[in-house]
Write a protein that binds this ligand. Structure first.
Ligand SMILES: [Zn+2]
Length: 85
């Protein structure tokens, strides 16, 4: 099973919570191994979780994931960098 980055983003919090089933977790894991974007997102998500891990209720600011996702959409739809001819 091959999944796209968008799907990985949906799975990241469950991935970190270890609530994904083994097959999905495996697929996400494999994607993360070769995708810099998703592994960067995983790292920053994990950092946020670590920072907020002590007893406090973990709440993302309203609209956080929407903003994150639309930022990512922008990155993906950007023109590819110019290459020397
Ligand atoms: Zn990816």
């Amino acid at each position: 099973m091959v999944i796209e980055c968008k799907h990985v983003w949906n799975y990241i919090s469950e991935y970190l919570d270890r609530t994904l089933d083994a097959a999905t977790r495996d697929t996400v894991q494999r994607h993360l191994e070769h995708c810099e974007i998703c592994s960067a997102i995983l790292d920053s998500t994990r950092n946020i979780l670590v920072l907020t891990a002590d007893d406090r209720v973990f709440e993302l600011p309203l609209g956080f994931s929407e903003r994150l996702h639309s930022r990512l959409e922008q990155e993906f739809t950007k023109d590819p960098p110019l290459r020397p001819a």
